[in-house]
Design a protein around this ligand. Sequence first.
Ligand SMILES: [Fe+2]
Ligand SMILES: [Fe+2]
Length: 291
Amino acid sequence: MSKIVFLSDLHLSPTHGFFWDNFRIACDAANDAMAEAVIVTGDLCINGPDSDEEMDFAARALSRLRGQVLAIPGNHDVGDEPPGQDPAQIVDGPRLARWDEAFGADRFALDVGAWRLIGLNAQLLGSSLPQEVEQMAWMTQHIDGAEGRPVALVLHKPLFIETAAEDQPTASSINPAPRAALLPLLEAGGVKMVISGHLHASRDRVVDGIRHLWLPALAFLGSASHGGTPAIGALAVDFSGPEAVVTELPMPGAVAHDLAVLKEHGRYKFLRDMPPCPPPAEQTVLDDAAE
Ligand SMILES: [Fe+2]
Ligand SMILES: [Fe+2]
């Protein structure tokens, strides 16, 4: 069995611990799953673009996971590509450098079972940063080198919500222009699957010959307006055969947090604006990392 565990949208913070218990439960489930690797598909933080401490906290939190761990960034880690949902947190060089310092890299290529998995930094797509061009060349090289293996692309944001023809810029998915540049490369390169987080919702369907798998979040439920099913959880995917087989990890006791309730129905715009409510001291990452 060539199993990979996917964890997405952790939204951890040393000052705002709303989702720490869900993360602990997911860690236990991931460690019990005995997978070849754990892939973390972005939004590890709440305020990562502006907080060294939060990025460091998230990196140390991942040390609870056994075995190989591969993390790629989301908008709450390195900022959004423009125009973005928060103009104060647009991806830039220093934010990318902060991520690299904490996690080592913002992309990966991994052969598992019959497949090649290619993880991208979604926040570069449409950023106009020099790293965007460099990543596209890197991706093309690794798709071309798959030598007949089906390729699964892994990134924080979905390529689109309903169809590739969507033409309005949105913070919910990859924007139209970078999507138009990316899709022909995927189709030419034999990409069979796209695995994404960000929307905090589950969905698994084939569009134009590519299977699009949306991952549930570890933190809070997404909006039902995006077509998927708002969901808390974590998935394992078996890549041993030509068809990837998806199963849900058991997460007993995980709480399906409602973001509007947490933010007191508009009293706070962002979670980072809320009064501090750190994780319980006895559960801190430092203590756990020392185990
Ligand atoms: Fe998220
Ligand atoms: Fe996100």
